[in-house]
Ligand binder design. Structure first.
Ligand code: COA
Length: 375
């Protein structure tokens, strides 16, 4: 059975941090650390912390700012992390709350009611707890599923969670489990970012997106028909986060840098660009679509040069921002939500018959491409 994307939704935090603000905080922390460890640095037993630069950040990544849920503590050199107090169990969790906000935006665009939704998938890079599933909390908060309540579950494929989520929803629809599936991508990336690591302190921002995937038989006017999709994974240690339940069984490692996001950005860049370009080309071949039929690529938003290079490899020529729109300048890397923000903000000009592709990539490595046509 054919599936469509009926609508997408977006929730953006109100506060944003510019590169300049972030670098001032990082450098204050770095100078303070160096002063506190001046004897060890002079004796050669500790290495001085280097300074960051706003010019480097924009040049190397294309990022100018990022939205965050908790701004002040991130910019406080004595904290350098967001501060989001634990909530009692009878209050909605933060990940469910921002998922619901993005979901309401998607639902409002289609006129669908929560009870029209059969299943909820929360697909994102970091889940705030093991159970109960955030998706079941979203199901409960929205009141999805009509009389039986339907079902909900969480999944994590890092930055590729949204495309893997769309494909999972498509499978549920094809298998007759559901006709309407809500996929939410709550990405609170600031909480797994090491703001004391110069190589990566600028990379991420917070956001939530939602995608309503439905059977063609109930598609609203103007829905996006899914023409084809391809997923790929390939093991790599170049992007890791070793935070997990087994940390409790190895207390000596708690608080180490590897319990937050850590990457070898250069290697990621070099290895992921060809992997993603071939995946897109393969999927276009499979779907019998030529590159000149592609009006736009809504790519994962990690690095501007990376996207320019991927788009160039796929199209066989230089492309402009109309072909591969950029949101990372304003949002930074928002993990799985990035390509969906780009789609949400840059698809209104599509007319019936226009074709484009959503593509995500990241840790694992993982990559997913979904080809869509406006109806
Ligand atoms: N400020 C100033 N200088 C910095 C810096 C900072 N914040 N961070 C690194 N540098 C320095 C490095 O020390 C290095 O100096 P050297 O040449 O003297 O050794 C130089 O700048 C280049 O560093 P490098 O890490 O090689 O930069 P880069 O050009 O590879 O850019 C990334 C870094 C992270 C922006 C880039 O590699 C990237 O985006 N990669 C892909 C990441 C990705 O997609 N990840 C997926 C996450 S889900």
């Amino acid at each position: 059975m054919t599936s469509v994307i009926s609508a997408t939704g977006l929730w953006t935090p109100k506060d944003s941090i510019s590169n300049e603000e972030l670098v001032v905080a990082f450098n204050a922390w770095s100078n303070k650390w160096n002063a506190e460890h001046s004897d060890a640095i002079a004796a050669g037993t500790k290495e001085a912390k280097p300074l960051s630069s706003a010019e480097f950040v924009e040049k190397a990544s294309g990022i100018k700012s990022r939205y965050v849920i908790s701004k002040a503590p991130i910019l406080n050199p004595d904290i350098m992390a967001p501060r989001i107090p634990e909530r009692p169990n009878d209050e909605i969790s933060i990940l469910a709350e921002i998922s619901v906000a993005a979901a309401k935006d998607a639902l409002a665009k289609t006129g669908r009611q929560p009870e029209d939704i059969d299943a909820v998938i929360v697909a994102c890079s970091n889940l705030q707890r093991a159970y109960p599933a955030i998706a079941i909390e979203v199901q409960d908060a929205l009141g999805t599923g009509g009389k039986t309540g339907g079902f909900a579950f969480d999944m994590n494929v890092a930055c590729s969670s949204a495309t893997f989520g769309i494909e999972t929803a498509r499978g549920l629809i094809a298998g007759g489990q559901a006709k309407s599936v809500l996929v939410c991508n709550p990405e609170m990336c600031s909480a797994h970012l090491n703001f004391k690591d110069r190589d990566s302190h600028f990379i991420f921002g917070d956001v939530a997106t939602a995608i309503l995937v439905e059977a063609d038989s109930i598609a609203p006017a103007g829905a996006w028909k899914i023409l084809g999709s391809k997923l790929a994974t390939q093991f790599s240690n170049n992007i890791r986060n070793n935070f997990g339940f087994l940390n409790n069984a190895a207390p000596e490692g708690i608080g180490n840098d590897d319990k937050l996001f850590i990457q070898n950005g250069r290697k990621v860049f070099k290895e992921v660009v060809p992997l993603v370009a071939s995946l897109i080309t393969e999927e276009l071949d499979n779907s019998g679509i030529s590159t000149n039929q592609i009006k736009r690529m809504w790519l994962h938003q990690a690095n501007l040069s990376m996207n320019t290079l991927i788009a160039k490899k796929v199209m066989g020529k230089d492309v402009d921002m109309d072909m591969a729109p950029v949101v990372l300048d304003e949002y930074a890397n928002t993990s799985s939500a990035g390509s969906i923000i780009a789609f949400d903000k840059h698809s209104d000009d599509f007319e019936a018959g226009d074709t484009g592709l959503i593509c995500s990539f990241g840790a694992g490595y993982s990559a997913g491409v979904v080809v869509v046509r406006k109806t």
